[in-house]
Design a protein around this ligand. Structure first.
Ligand code: ADP
Length: 410
């Protein structure tokens, strides 16, 4: 349950017009192409659905879409649009999906520059009529570049799943992807090892083609969950090529059961992760409109120190932050302004302060405070400054610094 900010009777719920009704957004990622990430996304979506969940799938690989082919959806047939201008996802095998291939067709490679890719991606997620979903899976393009960061920063992802093959080189790349998500505070829900051993179609015996167990080793090494292995199986390829994924075509096969088991592990991980990530907000400081949550009862011993579960206006000059471990901080808003770490306020290389405190007015205050992904807030200040990000790590350590200075002053 969420306790709303007692000072706010906010007529406008910031998350309500963003992603209503989606319980978990999950990114499926890999460090490089060809490891079977899209195949995993499709079969995982179907396996989650077979557990009774409502599932949507975004083909976030704007430049190399492959999901429609795997689900048997014809390319080049743009989705219908609602009266409010939202795209209606196309449903196949019970999975609602949207992809660039529906717009451009198979033969027209989308030649788009970075900002356009981000724009399409955001549209696919928040300008699509998804309805009520338990899971929205995002099949990311391979790599650890802009698209991945755009997503991590724009939407409240519940977490990311990393697909890898057993070979060392692939694992090294997957590790890089994993670090990128950690940097922007997207939890890693687990690692899936794909093409792990070859299943004989006749006797069911599994032969290791590549070295086996790399995914499991990596998850141990990096202390993230291991969700399971999918065998190398020719029927997986046929299912993908023919638009009828193996989980639907041969639900009793060893490979289909492997996907089912991974889906169960993933659902378990999500149930364990309390959904305490703050929903996106754009908060008008003066009127308190759009104020974020204050989820007092989501705090727990052992909670994450740098994960806020509530932000509120203590008074017009003070921002209160409640952290998942139950700790609270009160920040004088001018102190926050003085501690801005953007390139205009701090010299990047030397760390030397460029901001002259005497030039910051005593009555400086936020105009708006907005969430930035899962890991920071951005503040638009009354003095026109708005380039600084306050990461939750930074805020928490700032709180500690202020507390220790206050203790010395006593
Ligand atoms: P990615 O999205 O990582 O680029 P794809 O999902 O497109 O990879 O898969 C690449 C190729 O590997 C496809 O031909 C697909 O059918 C095949 N493939 C994926 N997973 C398996 C598997 N477990 N066994 C055999 N072939 C697989």
């Amino acid at each position: 349950m969420t306790i709303r900010n007692d000072q706010s009777v906010a007529p406008h719920d910031a998350d309500a017009d963003k992603l209503p009704g989606i319980r978990h957004i999950i990114a499926v990622a890999s460090g490089k192409g060809g490891v079977g990430k899209s195949t995993v996304s499709v079969n995982l979506a179907l396996a989650l659905q077979m557990r009774g969940a409502r599932v949507g799938l975004v083909d976030a690989d704007i430049l190399g879409p492959s999901i429609p082919g795997m689900l048997g959806i014809p390319a080049g047939k743009p989705p219908d649009v609602t009266g409010e201008g939202k795209a209606i996802p196309i449903e196949r095998h019970g999975i609602a999906t949207i992809s660039m291939a529906m717009i451009t067709g198979d033969d027209t490679p989308a030649v788009l520059r970075g900002p356009m890719v981000s724009k399409y991606l955001k549209m696919f997620i928040d300008a699509t009529q998804w309805g009520e979903l338990d899971y929205l899976l995002l099949d990311l393009p391979p790599g650890t570049g802009d698209t991945q960061l755009t997503l991590a920063q724009s939407f409240p992802l519940s977490g990311a799943v990393i697909v890898t093959t057993p070979q060392d080189v692939s694992l090294k790349i997957a590790r890089r992807g994993l670090r990128m998500f950690e940097r922007v505070h997207v939890p890693i829900l687990g690692i899936i090892e794909n093409m792990s051993g070859f299943t004989c179609a006749h006797c069911g015996e599994i032969t290791d083609v590549f070295r086996r167990g790399g995914g499991e080793r990596m998850s141990q090494e990096l202390a993230v969950p291991y969700l399971g292995a999918i065998p190398l199986d020719a029927d997986i390829v046929t299912g993908g090529d023919e638009g009828c994924p193996i989980v639907v075509a041969k639900p009793d096969s060893i490979a289909a059961r492997a996907y089912t088991s991974v889906a169960a592990q993933l659902a378990g991980q999500l149930d364990k992760t309390p959904a305490t990530a703050l929903k996106p907000f754009v908060w008008q400081w003066e009127t308190n409109e759009g104020a974020p949550e204050w989820a007092e009862n989501a705090s727990r011993a052992g909670g994450i120190r740098t994960r806020p579960i509530g932000l509120r206006r203590h008074d017009l000059r003070t921002l209160a932050v409640l952290w998942e471990d139950g700790h609270r901080d009160l920040f004088d808003v001018r102190d926050l302004r003085l501690n801005c770490r953007c390139a205009l306020c701090i010299e990047e290389m030397s760390g030397r302060k460029l901001l002259d405190p005497l030039k910051v007015r005593a009555d400086v205050r936020p105009r708006t405070v907005s969430s930035i992904g899962n890991y920071a807030i951005g503040i638009d200040w009354s003095d026109g400054h708005n380039s600084g990000l306050y990461s939750f790590d930074h805020l928490r350590s700032l709180g500690e610094r202020i507390a220790s200075v206050a203790a010395e002053d006593v």
